[in-house]
Design a protein around this ligand. Sequence first.
Ligand code: CTP
Ligand code: MG
Length: 179
Amino acid sequence: MLNILIETIWLMLPAYTPNNFAVIFGGGTPIDLGKKFINGRRILGDGKTFRGLFFGIFGGVLTGYIQYNVEKLLGVNLYSRFPLENALTFFFLFSFGSLMGDIFGSFIKRRIGIERGGKAPILDQVDFLIFSFLFVCHHEVFKELFGIEIIILAFLITPILHRLTNFVAYLLKLKDVPW
Ligand code: CTP
Ligand code: MG
């Protein structure tokens, strides 16, 4: 049981880290360029920036690349059983999906009247998860490594991990709010 828990967290890491990189390195020009949607509210808001998207993807791929090499070093055979370029494509899609889910979540939040930084239970915790899986679901790395038990466990543990990391980011003053 502990093994599969650790394996799930390990496999999910390249989808988890993009948002942390976005928090640390994000800022600047917002992706919606400050524009409003038909209901008069921002399309996405100032919390979704090009820099966050760029560094987020970079961070996710970097995380995966480090994991790939750590696995080789330790003789673990998860991501490292695939050729590096397949693994890198997977890391890119996984990170990109994660951030697109986060952006989609903000779009929904603005539509239902939640301001930037406002809390949206469930949506905040699973938007990126659903999108990261959608972006990789046709990839061979996903098909081979992500069994149904891993996917179910990811949905169960992600909300807890998400709260925990956001709270730490808040304590470190990286985020204004603990969610
Ligand atoms: N961030 C960014 N670009 C992104 C995602 C995140 O610059 N694509 C940065 C922003 O500084 C953002 C912070 O990371 O404020 C925290 O991310 P998140 O909680 O997703 O954004 P919120 O500010 O809470 O905005 P929203 O309500 O739209 O989720
Ligand atoms: Mg937020």
